[in-house]
Write a protein that binds this ligand. Structure first.
Ligand code: HDD
Length: 718
């Protein structure tokens, strides 16, 4: 027996014309399913499905065939077009920074920089231009998880009145290598090893550390990547850096060096490594979900644009070469002047069209901005345009709306794959003698981009500046600028990563560099690895600079938020929860701007002791405490007894404790806590009993410290 094609007969529905709905019932539309059954679609009118050619489609459930059991017809253009298009949906992922997430927003100037640059976007305070930002991890492929230990890309496109300006930065202000010629090597080394194709999105393997141990220039950045900077709690809670020294050029043609910083208004925050490992399992999309939710709820993330401005005199007096991208300039030496704000206030309409197809390029600069001879930047200027050709399939990727300037643009570039806007008029060359619209655009020496006329002379050679040779002094400065908690995290991260390295000499070679950075760090890592002896220090290429002052700006914990706004609390609840206490906690959280999510035995929710039913955000095994910044335990006495038998409930508490989170609890939770390993003797000032609304307010206030770090010493014996 054959099933009738739903396209041939349907109750009361004639074949609809283009743009007309199939059939509606009130505000709901009758939709026919694959088996000929009907179901209702929420909402009002729906447009008629068409092919790419605009032909209305009568049947999207069955391909055309001869008889119900016969062969499929080649002439079924709708079927063929649909499959053909599906077969070609993928484009090559980015060779680095494949996994990313983007959002729209604006940049608003708050302080004019007219004295140092002619860049139009930096002239008039209060003026806004549209912006698009894409955050990313570097090593993992497009489907890897968000909380890999990795550098985060922080790429900003400003659609200015004088063209697109891209600041293609990272959340770390220095880079692994000094010369772009080493980029394929460092990236190959960190990507999955080519014979076995693992590990994915991890630096913890032999090849990466082999490369680092043989390339001392990467030690400074390795310190950053082993710090909590590489496991941010949220894309909203991290800094961005342009890394290189760029130039500003003013109307008089004077050049000033500049380094770019993005400072999050939300403050800095990271997770701890064990937490990151578990988040990757619980929610591999943790960062993108967080950004999406924040923007959708109107909690728009914001960064200040900061500039470090300096001149040749400073550059000449600095201990390091300002062209060396493995070095930073401490903010305490050259202050960061905050001149604007970047606000992300709109998610994309479509991930592929915008986030996947956006094409950044360090070469996209505007009049008033210029390059320096940083050899990494010079190489990048070649790579980005080149990679887009491969990735986006032709030279017309600038015609894709996300990449097109939002100011007028005219040139004689034409044709090529997918050309969307060829030049109008008769002339497609210049000079030409045609006037008006026929003749097309002309160059404008007054407004157009001009390069800073830096004087260059020298021999053609393959050499680096001598000052590039100190690879340890700033690494040491970074380490000594951290709080004790952060230093321990760095020690643990090196130990973890090198413990995954299977070749002992590579482990020892890395430690031999750490000896030059800090003897305590090297000793802790050597002990953590079980090395019998501390290796000899690797011979430095150049004497180190002694006594660099610590830079507090380099620490995350010294630059946290002053509120718990934008963070998230998980409240563990069961049937019989004290309604008053639950309300007190949620009210206090909301007053702070903190999000709350109820975690319950069943997602359908719980019945409070007053009989109210409240839905839950997560079932307990889908909402582990690693997804929250702090937790509150409000089970009823019966609920606590029930949860004592539930491993995921015990993990919820044990992990929150081990990750140094603030824990609020109702009296009834005590037996459950003890069962989870938090005994009365383990109670500390980060664990607060909640009985009254005042307790709830005090708990939220305590959470502003983000973590109760003092506890960490009690949770790690090894
Ligand atoms: Fe790069 C992508 C940042 C060095 C070559 N890079 C890319 C992205 C970011 C950075 C954020 C992702 C852009 C996006 O979201 O689409 N890259 C950096 C920083 C560097 C750096 C901060 C050092 C300071 N990169 C670097 C070098 C080279 C490249 C030295 C090559 C010589 N980078 C690329 C690339 C990518 C890229 C292959 C891959 C996808 C793309 O460009 O659009 O061209």
């Amino acid at each position: 027996m054959s099933v009738k094609s739903p396209g041939t007969k349907s109750p009361g529905a004639k074949s609809p014309g283009p743009g007309r709905k199939t059939a509606t019932l009130g505000t709901e539309t009758i939709q026919r399913g694959a088996g000929g059954e009907t179901h209702q679609v929420a909402g009002g009118d729906v447009p008629v499905l068409t092919t790419q050619q605009g032909i209305p489609v009568a049947d999207d459930q069955n391909s055309a065939r001869i008889g119900a059991r016969g062969p499929t017809l080649l002439e079924d253009f709708h079927f063929r077009e649909k499959i053909f298009h599906f077969d070609h949906e993928r484009i090559p992922e980015r060779v680095v920074h494949a996994r990313g997430y983007g959002a729209h927003g604006f940049f608003e100037l708050t302080e004019s920089l007219a004295d140092v640059t002619r860049a139009d976007v930096l002239q008039r305070p209060g003026e806004r231009v549209p912006a698009f930002v894409r955050f990313s991890t570097v090593a993992g492929s497009k489907g890897s998880s968000d909380l890999a230990r990795d550098v985060r890309g922080f790429a900003v496109k400003l659609y200015t009145h004088e063209g697109n300006w891209d600041i293609v930065g990272n959340n770390i202000p220095v880079f692994f290598i000094q010369d772009a010629i080493k980029f394929p090597d460092v990236i190959h080394s960190v990507k999955p090893e080519p014979d076995r194709d693992f590990p994915q999105a991890q630096s913890a393997h032999d090849n990466f550390w082999d490369f680092v141990s043989l390339s001392p220039e990467s030690i400074h950045m390795a310190l950053w990547v082993m710090s909590d900077r590489a496991i941010p709690r949220s894309l909203r809670f991290m800094e961005g850096f342009g890394v290189h020294s760029f130039r500003f050029v003013n109307k008089a043609g004077k050049s000033t060096y500049v380094k770019f910083h993005w400072k999050p208004k939300q403050g800095l925050q990271s997770v701890v490594w064990n937490e990151a490992l578990k988040i990757n399992g619980a929610d591999p999309d943790f960062h993108r979900r967080d950004l999406w939710n924040a923007i959708q709820s109107g909690d728009f993330p914001e960064w200040e644009l900061g500039v470090q401005l300096f001149d040749d005199d400073f550059a000449d007096s600095f201990d390091f070469d300002v062209l060396d991208p493995t070095k930073l300039i401490p903010e305490e030496l050259v202050p960061v002047r905050r001149i604007g704000r970047l606000v992300l206030d709109r998610v994309v309409d479509n991930f592929f069209a915008e986030t996947e197809q956006v094409a950044f390029c360090t070469q996209n600069i505007v009049p008033g901005v210029d390059f320096t001879n940083d050899p990494l930047l010079q190489g990048r200027n070649f790579s980005y345009l080149d990679t887009q050709l491969k990735r986006l399939g032709g030279p017309n990727f600038t015609h894709i709306p996300i990449n097109a300037p939002k100011c007028p643009f005219h040139n004689f570039q034409q044709d090529g794959h997918m050309a969307m806007h060829n030049p109008k008029g008769r002339a497609n060359y210049e000079p030409n003698s045609w006037g008006g619209a026929q003749g097309g655009p002309r160059e404008d020496p007054a407004r157009g981009f001009t390069s800073f006329p830096a004087r260059e002379a020298g021999e053609k050679l393959r050499e680096r500046s001598e000052l590039f040779g100190d690879h340890y002094s700033q690494a040491r400065q970074f380490y000594l600028s951290q709080t004790e908690t952060e230093r321990v995290h760095i020690q643990q991260a090196f130990t973890f990563e090198l413990s995954k390295v299977e070749t002992p000499p590579i482990r020892a070679r890395v430690v031999s560099h750490l000896v030059n950075v800090d003897i305590d760090l090297a000793t802790a890592v050597a002990q953590g690895l079980g090395l019998e002896d501390l290796p000899e220090a690797a011979p430095p290429a150049r004497p180190l600079v002694d006594g660099l002052a610590p830079s507090p700006a380099l620490s995350i914990l010294r630059n946290g938020p002053d509120s718990f706004k934008g963070r998230k609390i998980g409240i563990l609840v069961t049937d019989g929860v004290d309604a008053g206490l639950l309300k007190a906690v949620t009210d206090a959280a909301r007053a702070e701007g903190t999000n709350v999510e109820l975690v319950a035995p069943k997602v359908g929710g719980v019945t409070l002791h007053d009989g109210t039913l409240v839905p839950a955000g997560q079932k307990i095994n889908g909402g582990p405490s690693v997804l929250y910044d702090a937790v509150v335990l409000l089970p009823s006495a019966d609920g606590a007894t029930l949860l004592m038998q539930e491993a995921t409930a015990r993990d919820f508490i044990a992990d929150a404790y081990a990750h140094a989170k603030f824990i609020g609890y109702a009296e009834a939770a005590l037996p459950l806590m003890e069962r989870a390993g938090v005994r009365p003797a383990d109670m500390d000032d980060g664990i607060l009993k909640l009985s009254t609304p005042a307790d709830a307010t005090a708990f939220i206030a305590a959470c502003r410290a983000l973590r109760f770090w003092e506890r960490e010493a009690n949770v790690h014996a090894v």
